[in-house]
Design a binder for this molecule. Structure first.
Ligand SMILES: Cc1ncc(COP(=O)(O)O)c(C=O)c1O
Length: 437
């Protein structure tokens, strides 16, 4: 027998490159295993979802919809996707669900493709007030060449100024009224906005990327019953699945549903990452079982964290509204545009607490903002509760207010996290041999 194809001893230099990736991947895992992941857009996947994500489905294609494929070999995936569509409709209370989108941004691009034509008007929250880049001219809104007007913002309530938003909608008659933010503390009073939008013939698109798990768990708001025609979202934030997106609608109209499906494929996806879609379906099944409790625990924890941070002496935003009704908490660390948020995020990283700097009302520069945006969905997922939120706030204070030796604080972060290494609110908890990375 000759040489086995593709199997010779590798060159040390090429192998070193691959090993560098393996090492950095492991180091990144260690950072979160030993630290506190508090980025509001992130989460960790369950053991079963992890297995699916690493499966052979990774390399496969299934363009089209269940039963209507362009390739052979899709029968098993048809079973998965059909189950997923019906589960997604059930979990999100939707009449229509497409589960193929590869991210929240892709869902937004598809929704805008289905709902508007180039040159149409759209209203949305500005990025300075917490809107996502895909709601801006630099992102999906610009990609579709839409004419953007942003809602006035109510700084005290940290939500769109509802009267001003309705007035804007009635004045300019947009094609799409986009609601939802990346900085999302409180439910948006959607009924009033939807009434104004529908009066002028606009569609209401609710971007639930951040709060999808809270919505599905019945703990935030119910956009599809409060007037939203379309709901988009990520499958990996408060909804704790693998990276991906959802496109959901309250419409029973088959023509609308077909337009939405076509906007995903062939519109913006060809391969749509079957391993992630299957992972989403398992995450939906897990959510059906544990989601309501998980969502309740997240909101309890974010309130507890906000109260504890305020008690430690931090400036926590929206005190008059009890700080938060979502998974997020906002803190201000210095003057507007001072970069104090960036500095705080770096110090926290030095002790193993991973957060992100964030613009707060008044800030004008994304790279030197005054604040932090914190999320508790990941800490909740590994079983932390009110007591731990108080401990986390103390660790913040030791690092940021009392200027304690950062190595000592880091050790205590590691000690705290060592007791929270099992992923909760999922099947097969008992099979875990530790934090899955
Ligand atoms: C409101 C909002 N929409 C969309 C997205 C994009 O989601 P993805 O990262 O899944 O593309 C984000 C990301 O954080 C977001 O905050």
């Amino acid at each position: 027998m000759g040489e086995v194809p593709g199997s010779w001893k590798p060159n040390n230099e090429t192998l070193a490159k691959a090993n560098a990736v393996m090492d950095a991947t492991k180091a990144s895992g260690d950072l979160y295993r030993n630290g506190l992941g508090m980025i509001a857009s992130e989460n960790i996947i369950s053991p079963m979802v992890q297995k699916i994500v690493a499966s052979d489905l990774h390399g496969r294609y299934a363009e089209g919809l269940p039963g209507k494929r362009y390739y052979q070999g899709c029968d098993d995936f048809d079973t998965i996707e059909s189950l997923g569509i019906s589960l997604a409709k059930q979990v999100f209370g939707a009449q229509f669900a497409n589960i193929q989108s590869t991210s929240g941004t892709v869902s937004n691009i598809a929704a805008l493709k289905a709902l508007a034509k180039p040159g149409d008007k759209i209203t949305a929250v500005s990025t300075a007030d917490g809107g996502h880049i895909s709601h801006a001219r630099m992102g999906a809104v610009g990609l579709r060449d839409l004419d953007l007007s942003t809602y006035p913002w109510d700084i005290d309530r940290m939500e769109p100024d509802i009267d001003g938003a309705c007035k804007l909608i009635r004045e300019i008659s947009p094609k799409v009224c986009l609601i939802g933010q990346s900085v999302f503390l409180f439910p948006t009073p959607l009924k009033e906005i939807a009434a104004a939008a529908h009066e002028v013939g606009a569609s209401v698109m609710y971007d639930g990327a951040h709060v999808l798990g809270l919505i599905a768990g019945g703990q935030f708001q119910d956009p599809l019953r409060e007037g939203a025609d379309i709901m988009t979202g990520s499958s990996h934030k408060t909804f704790p699945g693998p990276q991906g997106g959802f496109l959901l609608s309250s419409s029973e109209d088959e023509k609308v549903q077909k337009r939405l499906n076509n906007a995903i494929f062939p519109g913006v996806c060809s391969s749509y990452h079957l391993h992630h879609v299957a992972g989403k379906v398992v995450a939906l099944a897990e959510f059906e079982e544990y989601g309501e409790t998980y969502a309740k625990d997240i909101v309890k924890n974010s309130r507890a964290l906000a109260e504890s941070l305020a008690a430690e002496g931090f400036d926590v935003l929206a005190e008059s509204r009890n700080y938060t009704a979502s998974h997020q908490v906002l803190t201000r660390h210095g003057d507007i545009d001072s970069g104090a948020g960036a500095k705080a995020a770096k110090t926290l990283e030095d002790v193993g607490i991973i957060t992100n700097m964030n613009m707060l009302p008044g800030d004008t520069k994304a790279l030197t903002p005054s604040g932090l945006r914190l999320g508790v969905q990941e800490l909740t997922r590994v079983g932390m509760g009110k007591t731990e939120m108080a401990e986390v706030a103390k660790l913040f204070a030791r690092a940021l207010i009392h200027n304690e030796d950062l190595n000592r604080v880091k050790q205590d972060v590691k000690n705290l996290k060592s007791n929270f290494q099992t992923i909760r609110y999922c099947f097969n908890e008992e099979e875990q041999s530790g934090y899955i990375l």
